[in-house]
Design a protein. Sequence first.
Length: 323
Amino acid sequence: MILCIRFRLGAEREAALPELARLAEDISPVVQAAPPDTLLVDVGGALRYFGQDAARLAAVLRVRALAHTGTACTIGVAANPLLARMAARQAESGTTLLVPDTPEAVVEFLHPRPVVALPGVGPGTARALCAYGLDTVGRLATAPLGTLQRLTTARTGRELYEKARGIDRTPVVRNAAAQSLAAERVFGRDELDRDTQRRALLSLTTELGLRMRDAGQVGRVLALTVRYADRSTTTRSRTLAEPTAHTAALTGAAYALHDALGLQRARVRAVALRAEGLTAAEHAAHQLTFDPTDDKLRRLEAAADRARARFGPRVVVPGTLAA
């Protein structure tokens, strides 16, 4: 059985997800993070080990998350990740929704749902299906495979055909590479000073860049979330010129996002950055330039990373942060 745990984190608390994953690993070692706020946990082996059913293990995880981090969650329980994700979305806040592992229960759960409720079905695909009367999962399940492939593509049609029947062969992969990384800084008081906010952004880009380089990854998109004194938030994102983990490039993008908000006298409680669209650095290309400054900065960055790996993360910090 698979648990899909959706935590009530908020964009500014995404950095808590690794800690929550470690709590789940005490129940089952097969835990896959799905940032920004979701964990998939395969409890197949844990059921026999603990002598409990999946719903009881879900209750234990909910209590542990509240006790250790004060984080509430909603949990979907089903036989595969597809159904578990859908159950987590349908469950009421702070509860567990179980889809029994029987054909009748799967049909009862799936068929009344609109097609857009299927993971991976976006508005465009949904409109194309609804134009032919395939507006619910039940009606989609009655359509022949060939029809679905003609309406979409061969691959998409096959995926829709299987999803409408509750089929998902995707395994939960332990320690799967993260598709995004997040970090946040909470100010001790509501902060109005622009320079203080920019120092926090520099601290965040330094941390994210180091974490991505340590993991051998680069990011395509950078997203900034600003939380205000009234607990409201603003989120903006920017696609980078090329996938990168270079701190200078990340800092420039973060500053541009911050300047575009025009905060002026806004009372800022916290800032968070998220690097999205992570891929392996070895598969990314870097556009060479004739600017010797860029090459120098990258060589300095590599030397600083080696020093941090040997002597600790605080041995080399930007001068602005050391002041």
